[in-house]
Design a protein around this ligand. Structure first.
Ligand SMILES: Cc1cc2nc3c(=O)[nH]c(=O)nc-3n(C[C@H](O)[C@H](O)[C@H](O)COP(=O)(O)OP(=O)(O)OC[C@H]3O[C@@H](n4cnc5c(N)ncnc54)[C@H](O)[C@@H]3O)c2cc1C
Length: 465
């Protein structure tokens, strides 16, 4: 009688997230002798740096968010699962994800957590109702609806004050996202929408960029910050620094200046581009790894090899990791994921001793932000420059990192149309873009209420019985 042969199981790598960190990790494991599973709550790989161009009608969402499944189609050792990770069990070595009402438990030998960060309202989550953030495709489409919708409403408003309110746009947060968005709203009004309305003049709109900090683009230093500020002001953007937002409602926004005085800005369209909070998965992991903590933004204080204490095969990378001098930028995520996969590949060959790993080293390639067409600021090492050269550098770099040849070609065409001409190809808006998020929140609230009521009724019945 023959004994059944035991097929040795391949090493299982689970990657959470399909952003810069997750996708880099998955692609790096293409030839690894391992079964790779990518679990993400979104079906696509989102190129966040160009979200503001979706919000202002330059690019379509498909151009900056190709389907992860299609990117990895030819990678036979890799499976892509759509689902929101609800639980990570470091002891059992499992990840539990949920899609609709279906739960999937995926076991792992190595885990790479690249779940990124979400918008932070610094404890004022109620602001989100009227001031959406800029983190997801939904956010960008909602903003497009709100920005273009504000011009439409201004065209039909008969009251002067209401028309002015509709034509006032406030962007909170003077980091790269806020700067880029404010610049593009101003250009949209000045170039694309000019002459398209009959009762309003779009270029008369007010675009206000607010920040509680005393400078624009603080991480890029005083010189570049001032350069960007002056260029924005030339475009007509009002830059108000040292201005802390204290209230946001349907009618507008209240700010507190440095001297303590409070001011009201009546505005219909507000955008929140300030502050990030790491995914709650960071805290979940830290709670299971004794001696591991999260920082104020919820990022995991990882070991020098990007793992969590006591779990040498659990890596945290990207915006979710807290490593001194590594900014929450795409490069941090890409380099962190590359490092983690190198360790895993060495381990697969039996060459890894967790106690002897060389620490992760971040190579700062610089940073840049566009202000308007033909105008950007850039910092590469000690070199700081602005204007057309920086803009071209920005253009080439973004095309390089964009995934897929088709997306690169259509993006170049869209940029030609917008930057050399006046047109924008993505100017369609729908009511759903503007109202769906709030409607969905209301439905979720109702469902939670109904669930709580049913539980209460059951509890009362049990007590009575
Ligand atoms: C508007 C904007 C502009 C930016 N501009 C620049 C720029 O110009 N240059 C630059 O270098 N950086 C820029 N950044 C920052 C850069 O995009 C991030 O640093 C980078 O995306 C981080 O990569 P990540 O893989 O850690 O997270 P992300 O890219 O955010 O990916 C996180 C992934 O995790 C998934 N996920 C999250 N939670 C769960 C869960 N519970 N279950 C399953 N999946 C989950 C998400 O769906 C997503 O796929 C910008 C960011 C934003 C928002």
């Amino acid at each position: 009688m023959s004994t059944p042969s035991v097929v040795p199981q391949r090493h299982r790598v689970v990657i959470i997230g399909s952003g810069f960190g997750g996708l880099t990790a998955a692609k790096a494991l293409k030839r690894a002798d391992a079964d790779v599973t990518v679990i993400s709550k979104t079906t696509s790989h989102l190129f966040q740096p160009l979200l503001y161009q979706v919000a202002t009608g330059i690019l379509s969402e498909g151009e900056i968010a190709p389907a992860t499944r299609l990117i990895l189609r030819k990678q036979k050792n890799t499976r892509v699962l759509l689902g929101e990770v609800e639980d990570i069990d470091l002891t059992a070595g499992t990840v539990t994800s949920k899609l609709i009402d279906m739960r999937t438990v995926t076991p792992f030998d190595s885990l790479i957590v690249a779940a990124g960060a979400q918008q932070s309202y610094f404890g004022n989550d109620q602001f989100a109702t009227y001031a959406p953030g800029m983190k997801t495709i939904d956010d960008a489409l909602e903003l497009r609806g709100r920005i273009l919708g504000a011009f439409e409403a201004a065209e039909v408003a008969t009251d002067h004050a209401e028309r002015e309110r509709r034509l006032t746009f406030v962007v909170v947060g003077a980091g790269p996202t806020g700067v880029e968005l404010a610049g593009q709203i101003a250009e949209l009004a000045e170039r694309t929408l000019a002459g398209a309305f009959r009762t309003i003049e779009p270029r008369d709109c007010r675009v206000i960029l607010l920040d509680a900090a005393p400078a624009v683009l603080p991480p890029m230093g005083e010189k570049l910050g001032l350069k960007a500020q002056r260029r924005l002001e030339k475009l007509g953007v009002e830059v108000r620094l040292n201005a802390m937002v204290t209230a946001v409602d349907y009618q507008g926004i209240t700010i507190k200046e440095k001297d303590g005085s409070e001011h009201r800005i009546q505005c219909a369209c507000k955008v929140w581009a300030a502050g990030v909070q790491a995914s709650p998965l960071g805290k979940m992991i830290a709670e299971q790894a004794e001696g591991t903590e999260v920082d104020r933004a919820g990022r995991v204080l990882v070991q020098p090899d990007l793992t969590v204490k006591g779990h040498p095969h659990v890596f945290v990378v990207g915006d979710l990791m807290s490593v001194p001098d590594v900014p929450g930028m795409a490069q941090g995520a890409i380099q962190g994921a590359t490092y983690a996969t190198k360790v895993i590949k060495r381990a697969l060959k039996g060459h890894d001793d967790p106690t002897q790993r060389a620490p992760f080293h971040y190579f700062n390639k610089g940073s840049m932000a566009t202000v308007s067409r033909f105008d950007a600021v850039a910092q590469v090492g000690k070199l700081e420059f602005g204007g057309l050269l920086a803009w071209f550098a920005w253009l080439v770099l973004h095309l390089y990192y964009l995934i897929g040849h088709k997306n690169r070609i259509t993006t170049i065409i869209a940029w030609f149309i917008t930057f050399l001409g006046r047109g924008r190809g993505q100017m369609a808006i729908t009511s759903q873009m503007v109202y769906a998020r709030l409607a969905m929140n209301r439905v979720a609230e109702q469902q939670r209420g109904a669930l709580a009521a049913a539980e209460q009724a059951e509890h009362a019945e049990q007590e009575a019985g």
